[in-house]
Design a protein around this ligand. Structure first.
Ligand SMILES: Cc1cc2nc3c(=O)[nH]c(=O)nc-3n(C[C@H](O)[C@H](O)[C@H](O)COP(=O)(O)O)c2cc1C
Length: 364
């Protein structure tokens, strides 16, 4: 990790953030033939980290969050980095160019990224064609969203729901689980659509009839506090296909950034990484407190860059953890380092299985 921070990161950071992102994805894609060798080097095989969530077996609970590999171009190499799961997307029914550039910025002082991509992706059919040719050794999540059409006039509720359903039908055959992104913080129309309980009910109703055949998770906005969490649970409860939840980034800028306002005020978008952790953890605790724990699982994300961060989310109630920003700041070894460190922490605290640590800080 020191080599990455000392050599690779300064070089990568000379490029603008989106150019660097695209280059890294192309390199990982081109190096797919190295995946078996890299996989042996990066793997952490520790039975303590193995876990089963929503009927799926994970070799460890550390997953890649949606947004890094939007089109599923680099899955074999990403799986080889030691992740227990990889989530690709967000993918919409139709291709989208996303928001105008520049739309991705780094905040190094905060170990954060400002993201205003607006869901650029190749569309469900193109990604499905790519995935049909790919073999993936770990659970693959596919994150689904409505097509972002910047500047388009308001779309109807039925149209939006049909888009989710169409994308889900196209992609479900290639997914181990589907994540429905209900809350992209940086699109014109998608942000608050599902804050309306009627819209969420209508979506879940529509999905219920599809027989998707894979577990479904809902990625909700972290805004709205306890009332929004209770609404989410009430909406999900009648639909047995919903296996759990995670929370997205909040729109806008959180308080307390170290980066001066004169810098971030010129960067539209939501903030990932360390500054997103506090709200994410609060949402994890509040939903864990209220949900049916025999039925639902939480995937915790937001500012995970160390074993301690991952462990804290698990102790707060997350069964699985995801990261994205830490890959940018700490490099590819971060996955192995977190997984190995997490096993040590679990052993130190006397847990025989990772599942026993889920939510321990919420008991009593
Ligand atoms: C560059 C970037 C792109 C993202 N794109 C998506 C996306 O397309 N869909 C989605 O559900 N979340 C997206 N996210 C949110 C992440 O999946 C994750 O929930 C969030 O970044 C918190 O994790 P982190 O702090 O480890 O980055 C994106 C985040 C970043 C930084």
């Amino acid at each position: 990790m020191r080599a990455y921070r000392g050599i690779a990161r300064p070089l990568i950071f000379t490029l603008d953030a989106e150019t660097a992102h695209g280059l890294v994805i192309r390199c990982l894609q081109g190096a797919a033939f190295l995946a078996p060798a890299i996989g042996r080097l990066f793997a952490v095989d520790d039975p303590l980290l193995e876990t089963t969530v929503a009927g799926l077996r994970f070799r460890n609970p550390i997953g890649l969050a949606a947004g890094f590999d939007k089109n599923g171009a680099a899955v074999p190499m990403l799986a080889a980095l030691g992740f227990g799961s990889v989530e690709i997307g967000s993918i919409s029914r139709d291709p989208s160019a996303g928001n105008p550039r520049p739309r991705l910025f780094r905040l190094p002082d905060d170990h954060a990224i400002v993201v205003n991509y607006g869901l650029p992706n190749e569309g469900a059919a193109a990604v499905a064609t790519r995935l049909a040719r790919m073999r993936v050794s770990i659970p693959l999540g596919i994150n689904i969203v409505k097509t972002n059409r910047p500047g388009a006039s308001c779309e109807t509720k039925d149209g939006i729901i049909a888009e989710y359903a169409d994308a889900a039908i196209t992609l479900a055959p290639y997914a181990d689980y589907l994540m429905f992104n209900l809350s992209c913080p940086n699109t014109e129309d998608g942000g608050d659509f599902f804050a309306d309980r009627g819209c969420l009910d209508a979506l879940l109703q529509a999905l219920d009839g599809l027989g998707l055949g894979v577990p479904v998770f809902l990625k909700a906005s972290p805004r709205g506090g306890i009332a929004a969490i209770e609404r989410l649970l009430e909406a999900a409860d009648p639909h047995a296909f919903v296996s759990g939840f995670m929370f997205n980034l909040r729109p806008g800028k959180p308080d307390g950034l170290k980066t001066p306002e004169t810098v971030w005020s010129r960067m539209p978008g939501a903030v990932s990484g360390k500054p997103s952790a506090a709200l994410a953890d609060q949402c994890i605790r509040e939903i864990y407190r209220r949900m049916d724990r025999r039925r639902y699982a939480i995937i915790g994300a937001g500012g995970v860059s160390s074993a301690e961060d991952a462990y804290a989310k698990i102790r707060n109630g997350a069964s699985l953890v995801q990261l994205l920003t830490a890959l940018v700041y700490e490099g590819p070894m971060v996955v192995r380092s977190i997984a190995a460190g997490l096993a040590e922490l679990l052993r130190r605290d006397g847990f025989a299985r990772i599942g026993d640590a889920v939510g321990v800080d919420m008991r009593g």
